[in-house]
Design a protein around this ligand. Structure first.
Ligand SMILES: *[C@@H]1O[C@H](CO)[C@@H](O)[C@H](O)[C@H]1NC(C)=O
Ligand SMILES: *[C@@H]1O[C@H](CO)[C@@H](O)[C@H](O)[C@H]1NC(C)=O
Ligand SMILES: *[C@@H]1O[C@H](CO)[C@@H](O)[C@H](O)[C@H]1NC(C)=O
Ligand SMILES: *[C@@H]1O[C@H](CO)[C@@H](O)[C@H](O)[C@H]1NC(C)=O
Length: 408
């Protein structure tokens, strides 16, 4: 019972009293009966809202996912699923869940999203006006909205397995840690869990559209070593700031000539940080900059070669002056990602943000869908509307059936 009270966050005034009673009775009676007694009532809007709220209430900033992973594992066990906590690092478990009857790693369709969030934590809050109920808080759409909707959609589809003639090995769920960091959760899953899915449905805020693809990614660090001198006697030193600025000017000049494609658009640069120098009257002894590159075409290796070639005159000149311009690639990244996006009744679009999709190796068909907008994700005003959250459940059900070739 304690578990269930935590799981459902009882007494939160969201009209869950009757649901709680049903679930409590079912749990006391054991998991098999829970499955027979609970489901239909359990898939109410309240069930979805409460699941979403519980996920948002648990802070899970990247690196601190332990509590949310364990809560989710318990919740899925309450639904009679088999749950594996896959520790990718101490206290950082991915949650892998198989419905009754599905063998580990043998499902056809995998539904997945991430349960870590960016900082800072923003508490859960609901506002209502005449037309719209809006749910605010960290993870509301990125990506706990997708997580809640995927779970409810999976349960709904399994409830209808007889009617739909659902194959026994239809689906499994995966909730990873670390997506907002290095993608280490998905990378670990990819290299450690046996998998052979025909389709993988990823969840991120896509405004309820199917995403047809996203740009590739590459991260660059320029590190310049100069030599300090009195600013009145610059010939005695090597100014690292000057060299860095020249290098940046070249990058800005070549940006529009980097590879592009009709589908993914231009390759775009973001000079994210520039640090340099020690004082106003000292020739700068050191500087560095980081640059994010989002690829509209080609491969990271190719774009890397183009940039290194363009910067090579400055690299040579820096060395000739007794300084050094190092080009490093802390993120080798991936090429543009092609995703399936044709299902009747869905709008589709191409996006510029990155996802965990390239971190899962395999020949599976990829899908990307989720409620809420990337425009509010990562802000203090992150939100999802209740109607979008509800719509996402229906949409995930449609996508699941489409990938299984079931016409409903
Ligand atoms: C209600 O809130 C939504 C979302 O914040 C907003 O788009 C809409 O204009 C509001 N409607 C009214 C009648 O204030
Ligand atoms: C993966 O699936 C394909 C097609 O469904 C099948 O031919 C293959 O044997 C499977 N591989 C493994 C390792 O299960
Ligand atoms: C950058 O250069 C400085 C010397 O100017 C050096 O101390 C530092 O380790 C370098 N950083 C990297 C990442 O190479
Ligand atoms: C960038 O420069 C700053 C200031 O000199 C230094 O503290 C930092 O370590 C440098 N970063 C790298 C990656 O070298």
């Amino acid at each position: 019972m304690k578990l269930l009270q935590q799981a459902l966050g009882l007494g939160l005034g969201l009209g869950l009293a009757s649901l709680s009673t049903t679930m409590a009775a079912a749990t006391v009676a054991g998991p098999v009966q829970a499955r027979q007694l609970a489901p239909r009532a359990a898939r109410s809007e309240d069930f979805l809202v409460q699941l979403h709220k519980n996920l948002l209430d648990i802070e899970s900033i990247t690196g601190n996912e332990y509590a949310v992973s364990n809560w989710l594992a318990n919740f899925l066990r309450e639904q009679d699923w088999t749950v594996e906590l896959q520790e990718i690092a101490p206290k950082r478990p991915n949650v892998i869940a198989y419905p009754p009857g599905v063998q580990k790693g043998k499902a056809r369709v995998l539904l997945t999203t991430h349960i870590d969030t960016v900082p800072p934590f923003v508490p859960y809050r609901v506002t209502k006006n005449a037309t719209t109920t809006t749910i605010w808080g960290r993870g509301a759409n990125d990506a706990k909205g997708a997580a809640a909707a995927q779970i409810v959609a999976a349960l709904n589809v399994l409830d209808r397995s007889k009617e739909l003639n659902l194959p026994a090995d239809a689906l499994a769920l995966l909730f990873v840690v670390g997506e907002e960091g290095t993608g280490d959760g998905m990378k670990y899953f990819s290299s450690h869990a046996p998998h052979n899915y025909t389709h993988v449905i990823f969840g991120e805020p896509t405004e309820g559209k199917l995403v047809c693809g996203h740009k590739g990614a590459l991260g660059m660090l320029l590190n310049v070593t100069g030599k300090a001198a009195h600013s009145g006697y610059p010939h005695l030193g090597v100014n690292a700031n000057n060299l860095l600025i020249e290098a940046m000017a070249i990058l800005l000049a070549i940006e529009k000539f980097l590879p592009s494609s009709e589908k993914f658009g231009d390759t775009i640069l973001n000079i994210g940080t520039m640090i340099g120098g020690t004082a106003i009257n000292v020739v700068s002894p050191a500087s560095n900059a980081t640059v994010a590159i989002r690829l509209g075409a080609s491969t990271p290796e190719n774009v890397r070669r183009i940039i290194e070639k363009a910067l090579s005159p400055i690299v040579k000149r820096a060395a000739g002056m007794g300084g050094k311009l190092d080009i490093k690639w802390p993120l080798l990244g991936y090429p543009p990602v092609d995703i399936a996006c044709n299902i009747d009744g869905f709008k589709s679009e191409t996006v510029a943000y990155g996802t965990d999709i390239p971190n899962l190796q395999g020949t599976h068909q990829k899908w990307l869908y989720g409620p809420g907008s990337i425009l509010s994700a990562h802000t203090l005003d992150e939100f999802v509307t209740l109607s979008d959250l509800n719509a996402a459940v229906t949409a995930y059900e449609k996508i699941i059936l489409h990938t299984l070739g079931i016409k409903a």
